[in-house]
Design a protein around this ligand. Structure first.
Ligand code: MN
Length: 719
């Protein structure tokens, strides 16, 4: 962009903002442009353009949403403090304290992602949240900043860096955008990140979508026509559009439930926009009287808006031409809010205060966690969890309403009622039926918790819970119970060493060793071993000096202790002696990326299962055998077995096509097994060699987009 061009774009921006905002800040617009341009004068972006292009574009994104001049000024200045020698004091004196405060907020959010491995994050995050809760425009500017950076991601040459930014966008920024209702920005952020991370998958889904749409275009027109006619007949003025769902949302749905997208309702939603709320319900009435609605599909977000302010009616009906369609009914205002969320309140210049106070309780919840957490990594984890989800509302048997984030399980519910209930929870009934504790709750579930006061939460619960409250409480209990676990693990490890050398575990055998390490008794020695303070090598050296040499050379390091988790898994199993071998359970074939758990079996070693393997139920009464392990970042082995169950059209070339697609994704088919065969379909099991979970997921996703493949999913044996 040439300098002149910058001038023209700057003038256009000023004109655009002045067209809707003539408040006192508007007079600073030109000053902010000149100030920022001067500050960034000597800088270039990766694309080779003058740096000022970036703040100008960020401001433009916000101007398109008709945000107030203050937000636009902050957008223009947002990188000056971080990237140039401009100080906050200077911004204060040149503009105002308010401008400086918001710029500071944006700068701090930026620092957090840059230094996310350091301890300073807790303090920064706290400031960030406080700044945000004082004025959510900080977050809005940051989101626009990230959006422009994602739009220009291609100019970053390092793939690793692009992927890190994309992941962070998916995990932090897109959910934040969703949380404050900025659907449009959320969608674009997700799509850009998705297309950077998994461009093959995205284009496959796109192709399939286009094919479906092509086939169905006349159908889409027919449906719109029939709906419009119905509305006209009842004198209801409205606008009806068919809205395409995003490839990313289709992909996440496919990942969440193992489904294919084969129907119009998977790809298109029909949106009816009317003039007022009354008409929303009238339209809904008409639709429900003319078409069969799918039970349970109706959602009234007008009387109960989503936490982010989203309002609309949703329903799924067997619509025109007997096609299943999703219909969203809303007013123009609601439509605007659905696109830009909380930002809409600065366009309309009203209700902003009320909005901040009432609708953003999650910020208060966040602050509460910030106050009570001591450990910064725990804090970040909790915070991330809290921000991620929408809510489900469940009931106690007495009718008390418990609000939980979506995805929460029975254990979360128990902890939400009371931490003692959570700790002593041994069973549960949902809607009067007994169910496993890790069952995810749904809106309206009535949950009865069965307790036993001697029960202690097992470490595995950490994997099932979603709420920060449950996680902190479980960890607190785990810290308490940790000493015993260390002793148990130490005992297994020491027994193993002794058994290997035909010795028996006894106080006597260990007495010398206990003294040598200055421990008061066997248990404290075992605890020290379990905790890793005394290494296996040291023990072997002490107990079996003559064997020591041959043993230490045969360490393995497939797994490493989970460092994120300070209490649950500080158990070092790195360097275990040979014989205590690691086996991959043949029932579930774990692959890197799966959440895994080790089952320690004396004499047999550790069997690694996928966390939701059915077989694990056999070990539910012996939590001491469970070993919390994670994948080594750099495993020596990089090929893992996985099995796919696929239903394929019975026609020439179908199987070859499957094999070709798998090969294209750099995976190896090692076995085919035909499970059943009918006139139209084959059901087959395909044994594959894959590199990890993402690899497998991408293979399955791409297979599902192929027309000759009816279904494909990962296969886990249940016997
Ligand atoms: Mn920036």
């Amino acid at each position: 962009m040439s300098v002149d061009n910058i001038g023209i774009r700057s003038e256009a921006l000023i004109k655009q903002v002045l067209s809707y905002d003539k408040s006192s800040y508007a007079q600073y617009l030109r000053k902010a442009i000149l100030f920022s341009q001067k500050a960034h004068e000597l800088q270039m972006r990766n694309s080779g353009e003058p740096f000022f292009h970036h703040p100008l574009e960020v401001a433009k994104i916000l101007a398109d949403m008709k945000l107030d001049s203050l937000s636009i000024i902050v957008a223009l200045l947002h990188d000056t403090v971080e990237d140039t020698n401009i100080t906050l004091q200077k911004i204060s004196s040149q503009f105002s304290d308010k401008v400086a405060e918001l710029v500071d907020g944006v700068t701090k959010i930026g620092k957090i992602s840059r230094k996310s491995q350091e301890v300073v994050q807790a303090e920064n995050l706290r400031k960030f949240i406080i700044a945000m809760s004082k004025d959510i425009r900080v977050l809005i500017v940051k989101l626009a900043d990230r959006l422009h950076n994602m739009r220009t991601l291609e100019h970053i040459s390092s793939i690793d860096k692009r992927n890190k930014i994309s992941l962070e966008t998916l995990e932090i920024y897109a959910p934040l955008a969703e949380r404050i209702g900025m659907q449009k920005i959320k969608n674009e952020l997700q799509d850009l990140a998705f297309s950077n991370l998994y461009s093959d998958v995205r284009s496959s889904i796109k192709t399939r979508m286009n094919l479906l749409k092509e086939n169905d275009q006349s159908l889409i027109d027919k449906i719109i026509f029939e709906l419009s006619t119905l509305m006209e007949k009842h004198s209801l003025k409205c606008k009806i559009v068919g809205r395409e769902k995003s490839p990313y949302s289709i992909w996440s749905k496919m990942k969440r439930k193992s489904i294919n997208f084969e129907q119009l309702s998977d790809v298109i939603a029909f949106r009816i926009v009317v003039s007022n709320i009354d008409n929303c319900y009238r339209v809904l009435g008409l639709i429900h009287t003319h078409y069969h609605s799918i039970p349970g599909s109706f959602k009234d977000f007008i009387s109960t808006p989503k936490k982010n302010g989203y309002k609309s009616l949703h329903t799924i009906v067997i619509g025109p031409e007997l096609y299943k369609i999703e219909v969203q009914i809303r007013t123009q205002d609601m439509n605007k809010i659905s696109e830009i969320g909380v930002a809409a309140h600065w366009c309309y210049k009203q209700g902003a205060e009320e909005l901040e106070k009432n609708k953003y309780n999650w910020i208060a919840e966040l602050l509460q966690i910030l106050e009570t957490s001591s450990d910064s990594s725990e804090l970040l984890e909790n915070t991330k969890l809290e921000m991620y989800y929408d809510q489900v509302f469940c009931f106690t048997p007495k009718g008390q309403v418990i609000a939980l984030p979506k995805g929460a399980c029975v254990i979360d519910f128990a902890y939400a009622v009371h931490s003692d209930i959570g700790d002593s929870c041994v069973g549960a009934k949902v809607n009067s039926r007994p169910i496993p504790l890790k069952t995810m709750l749904e809106n309206g579930d009535q949950v009865e918790i069965i307790t036993n006061k001697n029960h202690k939460p097992p470490a595995t619960w950490e994997k099932f819970v979603t709420t920060g409250k449950a996680l902190s409480a479980i960890r607190k209990q785990l810290r308490k119970g940790m000493l015993n676990e260390y002793i148990n693990l130490g005992r297994v490890i020491v027994s193993q060493i002794l058994e290997q050398h035909k010795m028996k575990f006894s106080e006597d055998t260990l007495r010398d060793t206990v003294d040598f390490f200055h421990k008061p008794n066997v248990d404290s020695l075992l605890a020290a071993v379990g905790e890793g303070h005394v290494s296996q090598d040291q023990i072997i050296k002490r107990l079996i000096p003559e064997k020591h040499q041959s043993v230490i050379n045969r360490k393995f390091s497939l797994f490493k202790p989970n460092k994120k988790n300070k209490t649950g898994s500080k158990i070092s199993i790195k360097g275990l002696i040979p014989g205590l071998a690691v086996h991959f359970a043949p029932c579930c074939n774990p692959i890197p990326g799966d959440s895994i758990v080790g089952i320690q079996q004396t004499g047999k070693g550790i069997t690694v299962h996928v966390l939701d393997c059915e077989i694990l139920q056999n070990y539910s009464s012996t939590p001491e055998k469970w070993l919390d392990i994670t994948w080594d970042k750099n495993p020596e082995k990089d090929i893992y077995k996985a099995i796919i169950n696929a239903v394929v059209l019975n026609k020439p070339g179908s199987l070859a096509m499957l094999a070709v697609e798998v090969a294209k994704l750099d995976a190896n088919v090692t076995n085919f097994k035909i499970m059943s065969r009918s006139k139209d379909f084959f059901e087959i099991l395909v044994d594959l060699e894959v590199k990890g979970l993402n690899h497998l997921t991408n293979i399955i996703t791409i297979l599902r987009t192929k027309s000759c493949i009816q279904s494909a999913c990962r296969y886990i044996r249940d016997e």
